[in-house]
Write a protein that binds this ligand. Structure first.
Ligand code: SF4
Length: 208
């Protein structure tokens, strides 16, 4: 069966998958995910140590000068809008959530810059709540492997993956698909010559 083959292959390739964003506290992780939109984990990891050491609690972050925040997070791109998100997320967490990132999806959706993908990544990684976050890598790999159709939107891809894989595998599978897409099944020049899933892949001919 296709899904068993995928699980077996990804388990061999990434036996201990971990999120590549660096963080210590819950709000640092949430903010790191928000900063990673349209950027890379590497770039985010280059700015968050500075950000979270200069503003090492939510009160300092919510009162930070916007221009100072913009200067720090500039390398991640869209820095004006993201600086506003950081300040506002810190304010909401401090004033409305007792300083703790909540598990309530509706509350999280009310945070600026926080969408379904961010929530899924956060809940599955930080609270170990089963979820499959569909980012650009997960979407691309799922479509190439025929787990979703080419014109499916991200929500449909997420639903299809949830139906095809056991709930206990979701969080791990998300990380494995991200790593597989980032390092092997890349958007440009995927490493099909070296891929153990080539037999079930829709795109192999195009890429070889
Ligand atoms: Fe990706 Fe190529 Fe493997 Fe298909 S054969 S899953 S495109 S790396």
């Amino acid at each position: 069966m296709k899904t068993s083959k995928i699980i077996e292959y990804l388990d061999n390739l990434f036996p201990n998958p971990v999120c590549e964003l660096n963080f210590e506290k819950d709000y640092e992780f949430l903010i790191a995910i928000v900063l990673s939109a349209q950027s890379t984990d590497k770039r985010v990891n280059s700015v968050t140590p500075i950000l979270f050491s200069e503003y090492n609690n939510l009160k300092l972050l919510k009162e930070a000068n916007l221009c100072d925040l913009e200067k720090i997070i500039r390398p991640v791109g869209s820095f004006r809008k993201k600086a506003y998100y950081v300040k506002e997320i810190a304010r909401i967490l401090d004033e409305e959530c007792g300083g703790v990132v909540p598990t309530d999806r509706d509350k999280l959706l009310s945070f600026p810059g926080v969408g379904r993908k961010t929530i899924n990544v956060f809940l599955s990684e930080y609270y170990n709540i089963p979820a499959i976050a569909v980012d650009t890598h997960v979407e691309r790999v799922a479509k190439r492997l025929g787990l979703a159709k080419e014109n499916d939107d991200v929500l449909t891809v997420e639903t299809k993956l949830q139906k095809k894989f056991d709930k206990s595998l979701w969080s791990r599978l998300h990380l494995q698909l991200v790593l597989f897409g980032r390092y092997h099944c890349k958007a440009i020049k995927p490493e099909c010559y070296n891929c153990g899933l080539i037999d079930i892949c829709r795109e192999k001919k195009k890429n070889l």
